[in-house]
Design a protein around this ligand. Structure first.
Ligand SMILES: C[S@@+](CC[C@H](N)C(=O)[O-])C[C@H]1O[C@@H](n2cnc3c(N)ncnc32)[C@H](O)[C@@H]1O
Length: 265
């Protein structure tokens, strides 16, 4: 059964920033799913000619550069919580400014943006209502917020396998799709589309999956994760539990991706 994500269920923001900063140099090498999701989000953008756009949670800036190509007449801003990501993205260009900041408290003026694009960042925000409030505050009338995120069911195979081993939280928690829906409806913006799509990746073994999560900076940072070393017996038990999910293509890792597009009236 899926529980609702509560404030405090997500890791401390300093930990999130530090983890993504550490991953800045390895991220692009393993971010195939993130590329697909970001491109899918670009494809869902309504026809717009934004004078000022924001890439919210820009990471390495791959989509900042994509947005700059798409809107050559506009002025771009890229924002991320992780200084290390910004240091990596800035020299590659795409935006006029690369700014450190938090999606829940944007360091931006009211009614100053025409488009906010945010791919796979807001699942790290415990207070999604605050993200929506900030979008509504900073968008101009007619402006669009387009986001992708992850919801409950993501990495469920890994969660279930750990559950069988020790019952601890070893996998990042995600909001329910229904909560995304309710918060978007209550945002005071017009909800144009909201959709959930499952994507399953396959890995030759469990080590390949956990290495990828670490290289992305997205390994478990949850409060409630057990400290100390992972004993060999526990790892063996985890491998055995995960093997029960094996398919002909390999060990599956499912991502439940949410796509949302909202417009400020
Ligand atoms: C999975 S990466 C996605 C990066 C990029 N959008 C992409 O699709 O490749 C998530 C990014 O969100 C950033 N992030 C997490 N929480 C954030 C917050 N509260 N405000 C702004 N950025 C945040 C992380 O630092 C990280 O760079």
């Amino acid at each position: 059964m899926s529980e609702s994500l509560q404030q405090g269920d997500l890791p401390d923001k300093r930990q999130v920033a530090a983890s993504f900063s550490r991953a800045a140099h390895s991220y692009d090498g393993v971010a195939a799913l993130q590329r697909d999701v970001g491109n899918e989000l670009l494809a869902r953008l309504p026809a717009l000619t934004p004078a000022r756009w924001l890439d919210l949670g820009c990471g390495t800036g791959y989509f900042t550069r994509g947005l700059a190509e798409r809107y050559p007449q506009g002025s771009g801003l890229a924002l991320d919580l992780a200084e290390g990501m910004l240091r990596h993205a800035r020299p590659q260009g795409g935006a006029r400014h690369f700014v450190a900041g938090d999606a829940e408290r944007l360091p931006l003026r009211d009614v100053s943006l025409d488009l906010i694009y945010s791919s796979l960042a807001v699942q790290w925000c415990g207070d999604f209502a605050a993200v929506l409030d900030e979008a509504r505050r900073t968008l101009r009338s007619g402006g669009v917020l387009a986001f992708s995120s992850l919801c409950v069911g993501t990495l469920q195979e890994l969660r279930d396998s750990w559950q069988a081993v020790d019952g601890f939280v070893h996998v990042n928690r995600f909001r329910r799709f229904e909560d995304y829906q309710a918060l978007c409806v209550a945002s005071g913006m017009q909800l144009l589309t909201l959709e959930r799509r499952a994507r399953t990746l396959h890995f030759p073994d469990l080590r390949a999956l956990t290495h990828e999560l670490k290289a992305l900076g997205a390994h478990n940072l949850n409060p409630g994760r057990p400290g100390g070393l992972t004993g060999r017996a526990r790892v063996r038990a985890l491998v055995e539990a995960y093997e029960r999910f094996r398919q002909p293509q390999g060990l599956p890792a499912t991502y439940q991706v949410v796509y949302g597009v909202l417009r400020k009236d």
